[in-house]
Design a protein. Structure first.
Length: 126
């Protein structure tokens, strides 16, 4: 049981700042759907842009907006230290998600996104 709980917590420390994601706030069914949404979102990323204290992910036209919004809702619950900003332009224009936060978030996001891409899918037990 402790192994399961440990696998559902992700802690990242930068200097004196500890960032902790707790997937235990999601039910098993929510975690499964969160993982599927994460894969769909990451496969829709066409560009990743550096911004102050985080990253902006640009999505292709195939992105389902409902997937993005439901993913943000779950992510806010398990990683409450993140700030989210979205842009959905009219007539099929640009779609992006910007994630930022306190000191250390950029390194945290870089590691998470990099791990997801390297594994070709799941990371953080998604």
């Amino acid at each position: 049981m402790m192994m399961l709980l440990a696998s559902l917590l992700l802690a990242f420390t930068v200097g004196d700042t500890q960032l902790v994601c707790n997937l235990n706030v999601l039910t098993p069914a929510e975690r499964q759907e969160y993982g599927a949404r994460t894969e769909r979102l990451m496969s829709s990323v066409v560009k990743m842009e550096d911004v102050a204290h985080g990253y902006r992910l640009h999505f292709g036209p195939g992105l389902q907006v409902t997937d993005l919004l439901q993913w943000i809702d779950a992510e806010r619950r398990c990683c409450p230290f993140l700030d989210f900003e979205t842009r959905l332009e009219r007539e099929g224009g640009a779609r992006w998600l910007q994630m930022t936060g306190p000191a250390g978030v950029k390194a945290f996001l870089k590691e998470e996104i990099g791990a997801f891409r390297e594994q070709g899918g799941s990371s953080r037990g998604r």
